[in-house]
Design a protein around this ligand. Structure first.
Ligand code: C2E
Ligand code: CA
Ligand code: CA
Length: 530
């Protein structure tokens, strides 16, 4: 079938769209992989940073608990102990005795310490402790203050500088744009690189991980700009995209090959032809040679290609039979016959229409159901139908065939053996199948008046037909001599170029109508001329 420009544009656009699918799919998968991998690394950093901060806080808590047993107030001895502890305990920079409102009474340095602002204190799971953020007024530095409440005496406080909680080294060198922040509740304690960026993560712009401590009201945020991922994973992305391009090119090549192969595959072409209604019925009239009247027609398949060329059945029937497409083809022909010549048959019950069946049609009885569904309520009645079973191909199962033929006959359908004398059937077909008619092949008709042997065969067949009460139809009758001979021998019906070739539906209908009005003569060429 010739495809339109729009069809090709559609195919190209469709192809491009299809090509985009694997590319997008691979890209999506790659990005997902890169993101997962990068996120895992960020989680690792977040876990180690949070773990370190927790260890520092726990160390400070333990130190305060130890101190609480020995520090009584701001006396000399207590101050000395506080000084010693501050020196040996890594995270603690300052130890203080606090008043009940949390203000510093004295520290290990003696006085009340540097000016500072202390945030709202947050309780810990261990209810003796509270944690607050300390901002120093004179420098841009922060610390956490751990407060231990004691029974009957003043609370103790320990100051843990941000640098001890989040060392500069944590999480590597931050060269890939990565940043890390430690927060107490929602307030930033320390940021690496330095700079107060708040807690929230802009997921569009950055890939971020927020990890909350289960033991302390602190959390860690680690993030990196998405833009830096491409740089780090360049090799993976390049390789992946290369693969996807290769897959796409390969799929296209395979697709094109498949498409080409399919386009040139006769089977594919023939299947399409059936689907597109390119297999059409032609009608070869059958004439009653005694009266010259039209008896009906045999449906002969033609493949009418879109460019108007006609393909004869010899070029596609063998393929149809081999591939099994003969079944849908026969059905299509039957339906189309109803459409094209149904009207001409409604009021002419004497007109028959014959279809050629394939031996495989008798391998099971589904043909009965098919014919009933096509013709059951159509303008062509079942008793107008003749089915031709060729003798050329052996029937798969003679008993089953006989049964099917019997059931078809009960519906009023007549069955004829086609190409009699040429094939496998021989006399056994005529004896066993119980058909209504035989069609004597052109081979024997051609030999009339030239070969005695063929005439003997014809006479034998006619004798047999008479005995078995079968109608005889002569095929491929091409000359008046042959018609005369057949008339003399008592043959009633004939088909052949001497009357008419297979005609398109319109010509056949014109012939039907012409023979309706004018009283047809027995003169053979009259039909063909109509
Ligand atoms: P067939 O069933 O024996 O059909 C008779 C063939 O002889 C037809 O050829 C017809 O056009 C041709 N013919 C008829 N009168 C004359 C004549 O006087 N002289 C000559 N030389 N030829 C004549 P066609 O249409 O080419 O069909 C060939 C064969 O293809 C058919 O032989 C039949 O076996 C098969 N065929 C055609 N249509 C169908 C179909 O719908 N189903 C099946 N299963 N086979 C079909
Ligand atoms: Ca036939
Ligand atoms: Ca035949």
């Amino acid at each position: 079938m010739r495809k339109s420009k729009a069809w090709w544009v559609g195919v190209v656009l469709g192809g491009v769209a299809i090509a985009c699918v694997p590319i997008l799919l691979v890209d999506y998968t790659l990005n997902a992989y890169v993101e997962r991998n990068a996120r895992n690394k960020l989680e690792l950093v977040a876990h180690s940073a949070l773990g370190l901060a927790e260890i520092r806080l726990e160390g400070a808590m333990a130190a305060l608990v130890d101190l609480s047993a020995v520090v009584e107030g701001c006396d000399q001895r207590s101050m000395e102990i506080m000084r010693r502890t501050a020196t040996v305990s890594i995270p603690i920079k300052e130890i203080a005795v606090l008043d009940d409102s949390g203000d510093t009474l004295c520290t290990n340095f003696g006085d009340g310490g540097e000016p500072r602002a202390i945030s709202r204190e947050l309780p810990l799971a261990d209810t003796r402790f509270e944690l607050a953020l300390v901002r120093f007024r004179d420098r841009n530095d922060r610390a956490l203050r751990l407060r231990l409440d004691r029974r009957n005496t003043k609370p103790l406080g320990a100051l843990i500088p941000a640098d001890f909680l989040v060392p500069d080294t944590v999480g590597g060198d931050f060269q890939d744009g990565r940043s890390l922040r430690l927060a107490l509740d929602s307030e930033i304690v320390a940021a690496r690189p330095v700079g107060d960026e708040g807690l929230s993560v802009d997921h569009m712009r950055t890939l971020g991980v927020v990890l909350k401590s289960e033991r302390f009201p602190i959390s860690v945020v680690v993030e990196r700009p998405r833009a830096t991922l491409g740089e780090e994973y360049r090799d993976v992305l390049t390789l992946g995209r290369l693969c996807s391009a290769l897959i796409t090119i390969l799929s296209f090549a395979i697709g094109a090959l498949y498409f080409r192969r399919n386009r040139n595959d006769p089977l594919v072409q023939f299947r399409e032809a059936i689907k597109n209604g390119e297999i059409v019925p032609f009608f070869q009239p059958t004439i009653d040679i005694k009266t010259g009247k039209l008896v009906g027609a045999e449906v002969l398949a033609r493949w009418r290609r879109p460019d108007g060329t006609m393909v004869s059945p010899a070029n596609f029937i063998p393929l149809a039979e081999r591939s099994g497409l003969i079944y849908p083809m026969t059905q299509a022909l039957m339906r189309r016959t109803v459409l094209e010549v149904g009207d001409a048959h409604v009021d002419r019950p004497h007109l028959n229409v014959a279809f050629n069946l394939y031996a495989g049609h008798f391998a099971n009885d589904s043909i009965i159901q098919e014919i009933q569904s096509i013709f059951g309520s159509s303008k062509i009645r079942l008793n107008q139908i003749v089915l031709e079973v060729t003798e050329r191909e052996p029937l798969p199962n003679l008993d089953l065939a006989r049964d099917i033929i019997g059931r078809l006959q009960k519906l009023g359908i007549r069955v004829a053996i086609d190409d009699v004398g040429t094939g496998h059937g021989g006399l056994s077909y005529l004896m066993k199948l119980g058909v209504d008619a035989i069609k004597i092949d052109k081979l024997f008709i051609d030999a009339i008046n030239t070969e005695r042997y063929s005439q003997t065969i014809i006479e034998t067949l006619l004798e047999l037909a008479r005995t078995m009460k079968m109608e005889v139809i002569a095929e491929g009758v091409e000359s008046f001599d042959q018609v005369e001979y057949l008339q003399r021998k008592g043959v009633n019906q004939a088909q052949g170029y001497v009357f008419a070739p297979a005609l398109p539906a319109s010509s056949y209908i014109a012939l039907i109508e012409a023979t309706d009005t004018s009283a047809p003569s027995a003169e053979p060429k009259a039909a063909a001329a109509a």
